[in-house]
Design a protein around this ligand. Structure first.
Ligand SMILES: [Zn+2]
Ligand SMILES: [Zn+2]
Length: 336
């Protein structure tokens, strides 16, 4: 068992169990009151009852059907639909999973986290829980879990997602560049034909909004002054060989770069939509004057600093001007 702050001692139901009995059938207690298992673990209500489990988190392609019975009425369940594939999005569910486990523990409930084999998906969820609860790095949490359960082996896509989770401070921050970039990557996997993309993928065109611009820098076409994007749309990256975040698929070449970034990599903006749909790569032109602003590639492009960004929507810095919104005069702008 991990060295960890266990649930509160008043949780009598769980604390009475002998510590050596941490293997209960198909289930393994990996943290006080937290069990890991495969699908077989939930097929036997007696086993759940014997282990005092009254909360089940299922991460699988199908929701389990618990056998009907009076005692089942008190069973808390939480279902995350997920295939054990690297492209499956677990990251977006991690906060809700951790919250479910915590709520159950607060209610003195032992929790079973299970998938089909108890090796990959459920291991990823429990790793996230350990990272967040015990303030461990991904490697520490996963290593601890593999010490307890040597066959634990999540797929490489989940490993990468948990590293992004760590980079966001063990919390899914949907406004962060990391999450936006991650979501863009997921979209290209989900819509390989690049048609009918969800509307919320595109940032609102800054020419159509007047609110929420305060304290934001606006970027305008240098040639015709049309507003193109806001500073909140910029997806910052570390120059050159930074953390793992976006080298998931493309390896950074083994030579050294000394250049700094000459482009802004941004999230797609509404005015780009017709250009981006159904096309893998191309130029980005000003929607008003047609000036060349940069380029896009759903498979990624390399920044001048050496970093690969996937997918990439890049605007050359020398084609746009930064304008800071004046707080008092609202829609008026001035050049910085
Ligand atoms: Zn760069
Ligand atoms: Zn223009």
């Amino acid at each position: 068992m991990l060295e960890a702050q266990g649930p509160s001692p008043e949780c009598e139901r769980r604390s009475q169990r002998p510590s050596e009995a941490n293997y209960t059938g198909q289930m393994l207690e990996v943290w006080p009151g937290l069990y890991l298992g495969g699908a077989a673990a939930v097929s036997e209500p007696d086993q759940l009852r014997a282990a005092g489990i009254s909360a089940v988190l299922t991460v699988d392609s199908e929701e389990p059907s618990f056998k009907a019975g009076a005692e089942d009425e008190d069973l808390w369940s939480f279902f995350v639909p997920a295939l054990d594939k690297p492209e499956t999005d677990l990251l977006s569910h991690l906060d809700r999973c951790v919250a479910f486990i915590n709520r159950a523990h607060d209610d003195c409930r032992a929790v079973l986290v299970h998938c089909h084999a108890g090796v990959s998906r459920s291991v990823a969820i429990v790793t996230a829980f350990l990272m967040k609860t015990d303030l461990l790095t991904f490697e520490e949490a996963y290593g601890e879990l593999q010490n307890i359960k040597p066959e634990a082996k999540m797929n490489e896509g989940f490993e990468w997602q948990l590293k992004l989770y760590q980079a966001m401070g063990n919390e899914v921050d949907t406004s962060s560049a990391i999450y936006k970039q991650y979501r863009l990557q997921k979209v290209t996997e989900k819509y390989p034909e690049l048609q009918n993309l969800p509307q919320e993928l595109f940032a609102v065109d800054p020419t159509t909004i007047s609110q929420g611009l305060k304290d934001q820098v606006l970027y305008k076409c240098r040639k015709c002054r049309r507003s193109l994007f806001r500073s909140s749309s910029i997806l910052d990256h570390n120059e050159g060989n930074g953390p793992v975040a976006f080298v998931h698929k493309r390896m950074t070449p083994p030579f050294v770069y000394h250049l700094s970034c000459t482009s802004y990599f941004i999230e797609p903006v509404q005015w780009m939509e017709s250009t981006l749909l159904g096309v893998m790569d191309g130029q980005l032109l000003c929607p008003k004057c047609g000036a060349k602003l940069g380029s896009f590639n759903w498979c990624g492009e390399q920044c001048s600093c050496g970093r690969w960004i996937t997918p990439a929507f890049q605007i050359h810095k020398n084609r746009v001007d930064e304008m800071k919104m004046l707080p008092v005069l609202g829609s008026q702008t001035r050049t910085i």
